[in-house]
Design a protein around this ligand. Structure first.
Ligand code: GTP
Ligand code: MG
Length: 273
């Protein structure tokens, strides 16, 4: 099986890796990288045109890591430029703005674009993903909370960090975890270590909790059509209860989701003869 593990150079302790940044335009990808590499923040928005490239050296344990950073433009207009750069990455920074729900919802399509462009080389288990919930300094406009972001990330075996390129919060910790994980992966023969992949809950559980949080009414929450029979409501309820019961499900937010499902069932049954 093909892996993205980089080749070691003559000096056995040094590694050369490639990382890319992904996420909608204006979520703060370039600012996060700038904050880490140059220790500064630029408040004015300067859209990345296609790709920005930079190199930095970091030390992880006894190894020197030379990191090639490809900072992608998020605007759809630049698709033709950035699609060349997905291949051979060992790490991906997936960034969204906690004040813009559409930037969070778009993470799935960013993964989709990446898989499509990597084609037959797509071996997502040989890539370290780190999710940055960015702009946490803007607390008043926040719409995606920590539980929701963490659930999305950890159910996929990805790291999750809350960051602010403006204040610097979380940035160093995030990059340290990122590079240390990439090094672990390379030392593990190009496979993400198992402990990171397993979050203790399934993607189905995580996706269901997310669907429940975003449902528009009780019918929608139980996944039945308006006007469904008592039997249909109970059947849907039982399926969700088995999946999300707090005794069985450790995913963040499962308890609230379970309670919401119980309440939805009770209120629907009250009105069905
Ligand atoms: P594209 O290159 O177009 O894909 O955008 P990008 O994701 O690289 O966004 P960029 O880093 O250029 O930042 C976009 C805007 O958000 C800029 O005006 C930044 O100053 C601002 N910004 C970035 N990070 C933060 C943050 O953590 N907090 C606040 N308050 N603003 C931020
Ligand atoms: Mg940019």
């Amino acid at each position: 099986m093909e892996t993205n593990v980089p080749k070691r150079r003559d000096n056995k302790k040094s590694l050369r890796v490639k990382v890319i940044s992904l996420g909608n335009a204006e979520v703060g990808k370039s600012c996060i990288i700038k904050r880490y590499c140059e220790k500064r923040f630029v408040p004015k928005y300067l859209a990345t045109i296609g790709i920005d490239y930079g190199v930095t050296k970091v030390q992880v344990r006894d190894r020197e890591i030379k990191v090639n950073i490809f900072d992608m433009a998020g605007h759809p207009f630049f698709y033709e430029v950035r699609n060349e750069f997905y291949k051979d990455s060992q790490g991906v920074l997936l960034v969204y703005d906690v004040g813009l729900r559409e930037s969070f919802d778009a993470l799935d399509s960013w993964l989709g674009e990446m898989k499509q462009e990597m084609g037959s080389q797509a071996n997502m288990d040989s890539i370290v993903f780190i999710v940055c919930a960015n702009k946490v300094d803007l607390t008043k406009r926040r719409v995606v909370d920590e539980g929701e972001g963490r659930l999305w990330a950890e159910s996929r075996g990805f790291h999750y960090f809350e960051t602010s390129a403006q204040s610097g919060e979380g940035i160093n910790e995030m990059f340290q975890a990122f590079f240390s994980s990439i090094t672990d992966m390379c030392e593990n023969g190009g496979k993400r270590p198992v402990s990171e992949v397993s979050a203790g809950f399934t993607k189905e559980q995580a996706d269901t909790i997310r669907r429940i949080r975003n449902s528009k009414d009780s019918w929608d929450m139980l996944g039945v059509k308006p006007g469904a029979t008592r039997e249909e409501v109970n059947k849907a309820y039982r399926k969700l209860a088995v999946l999300l019961h707090p005794d069985k499900c450790v995913a963040p937010g499962s308890e609230d989701a379970f309670k919401a499902v119980v309440n939805a069932r009770t209120s629907l049954l009250k009105n069905i003869k």
